[in-house]
Design a protein around this ligand. Sequence first.
Ligand SMILES: [Zn+2]
Length: 147
Amino acid sequence: MTPTLEIGPRHRGVIRAAAKKAWPAEACGLLVGTADPVCMIWRVARVVGSPNLLAPARDDRFEVDPALLLRTHREAREAGLALVGLYHSHPRGVAVPSETDRQSAWQPGLAWLIVAGPPAWDDLRAFLNDGTDTDAHFAAMRLSGGG
Ligand SMILES: [Zn+2]
């Protein structure tokens, strides 16, 4: 069964805007919502943008602010939600995980949403890390929710 990431047009717009704003560096942030590993549906309820701690020194990788990550975990739990994924941009690449992404991936079960651009800021693709703690593996997800 192909896993699905459900994300609405408003949230897609927020992520594209963040990618454009961060360009030529990578934008990054967190996806909060609900994950149903039985039905294989990851639903995004909130998008939480993060400063990229590696920008502007590097324009080919990202690091989410760890304090923001902790706070987002806590706030999600309090709201009955969970961290379900993260997003980042590939300012000069295609929207598929890079070898760097594979090596720096953490926490299997998270959805990775990648936006590529320019010029195609609408190239938005999602991948599920269905690997292990030490060996990430990205499976292509179906995007739903329109936009
Ligand atoms: Zn990447």
